[in-house]
Design a binder for this molecule. Structure first.
Ligand code: ADP
Ligand code: ASP
Ligand code: MG
Length: 405
């Protein structure tokens, strides 16, 4: 018997009509004899609505209580889908994170899954039920409810698929696959039939939120083939898989826009060993992920250090850095949240020179100033003033994907 894990995102369960459509789809699949686990997100807009409620009461709500609050969104959609399935005569049972159990660490708001006990799910599947799992949530060793970070239901789905050794993991969403860039920004974007885990990992890290980064990490680690497809039709979608022969022939497979960036500069840092670690250490301890880092050549023994952090962490990072800057005698800290990061990604960059030159040339032609640059084997990222983000995506897509090198 085939075991299929299907994850339905917020838009796919966004209304009663949509939940009915999902129930029809699941019952058709169940009728083939497959064992079916569905993982659901909160109804679209619900997680943001709940965050808004808490923020009306406190600008920085207690993290533990936020997870108790936010996990309710998924609880609602899991129960509603189970209600709809049972009504159709398809036996279904909903499961919350702690009922399964999905064990996580205690990092509220961004917890990592440590282990999934599949005994309860197996029992339900063996009894012929559809197991409807509330995505995005788990439980820590002290029995606190945790959530897995925005978009975390993707990770719930991949992790459940890995734990059950499912035959496939489908991510059903409001686009019919992974595109060469966000189709909402660039109408010329093209759907990819296949993409490697590494390229998808870069695209996801660089702002293509069609899959949560951690879900791609988990898929790669546990070798779970993931199919991203639309819940609105039977279109085949995009397979995210291990690298295959021929994949490297495509130089640039995608362009990503990350709006969730803020740039911080610490000026006049004495050019001495240990100071970079002194500056960045406290942020790492506070769980703030520092992304691009640039250090200028020193002038008269002082250097400027610039780096980017997620917008949500920016207000937390500033006072920390100001304190260290004062301690080490640096000149001061300036910050700019009005930036975006635009990146091009492709396995073919490993063997193809000239992508960076072409990228900078295209941006220059549009009069777009590059503030920071970083590269890896299969990507090039630039930080730009926010207002140029979408334009940069379109011109880079045209020059590097549509016209190919
Ligand atoms: P869900 O609620 O189903 O999890 P998301 O909103 O998280 O859906 O992700 C789907 C969205 O991701 C699409 O509507 C699209 O706007 C966006 N997106 C960004 N980059 C890409 C890309 N490269 N390919 C496809 N979709 C993308
Ligand atoms: N509901 C959560 C969010 O909006 C998780 C998810 O949809 O994957 O981020
Ligand atoms: Mg999502």
């Amino acid at each position: 018997m085939k075991t299929v894990v299907q994850k339905y995102g917020g838009t796919s369960v966004g209304s009663i009509e949509r939940i009915q459509a999902v129930a029809d789809r699941v019952s058709t699949l169940r009728a083939t004899g497959a064992a079916v686990v569905t993982v659901v997100s909160a109804m679209s807009g619900e997680t943001n609505r709940l965050i808004g409620l808490a923020k009306e009461l406190a600008p920085q709500p207690t993290l533990r209580e936020m997870d108790v609050l936010l996990s309710t969104g998924e609880q609602v959609s899991a129960s509603l889908l189970a209600v709809a399935l049972n009504h159709r005569g398809v036996r279904a049972r909903s499961f919350l994170g702690h009922q399964i159990r999905i064990d996580t660490d205690s990092c509220f708001g961004r917890a990592r899954i440590r282990n999934i006990d599949v005994a309860g799910l197996r029992k339900s599947l063996d009894a012929g039920e559809v197991a409807v799992v509330a995505g995005f949530q788990g439980v820590d060793p002290e029995a606190n409810i945790t959530t897995l970070g925005r978009g975390g239901s993707d990770t719930s789905a991949v992790a459940v698929a890995a734990a059950l050794q499912a035959d496939s993991c489908e991510i059903l969403t409001d686009v019919d696959g992974v595109y060469t860039t966000d189709p909402r920004i660039c109408p010329e974007a093209r759907k990819l039939d296949r993409i490697s885990y590494d390229e998808m990992l870069e695209l996801a890290s660089l702002g293509a939120k069609v899959l949560q980064i951690r879900s791609v990490e988990a898929a790669k680690r546990f070798d779970v083939p993931v199919c991203v497809r639309t819940s609105f039709s039977d279109e085949p979608g995009t397979w995210v898989v291990r690298e295959e022969e021929g994949m490297e022939d495509v130089v640039v497979s995608g362009v990503a826009l990350d709006r969730d960036q803020a740039k911080i500069t610490v000026r006049g840092v004495p050019d001495k060993p240990g100071l970079a670690s002194k500056l960045l250490g406290p942020m790492a301890s506070a769980g703030i992920v520092v992304d691009m880092i640039i250090q200028n050549a020193s002038e008269a023994g002082d250097t400027d250090m610039t780096f980017t952090v997620p917008q949500a962490d920016y207000e937390r990072a500033l006072p920390m850095l100001e304190a260290v800057a004062q301690e080490i005698g640096a000149g001061g800290v300036t910050a700019d949240a009005n930036v975006v990061k635009v990146s091009v990604v492709g396995l073919g960059m490993r063997s193809h020179a000239g992508v960076a030159a072409r990228m900078f040339d295209v941006l220059a032609t549009e009069g777009i100033n590059i503030q920071m640059i970083s590269t890896s084997e299969i990507k090039i990222s630039v930080v730009l003033e926010a207002k140029y983000g979408e334009l940069a995506v379109r011109v880079l897509h045209r020059a590097l994907v549509e016209e190919a090198l």
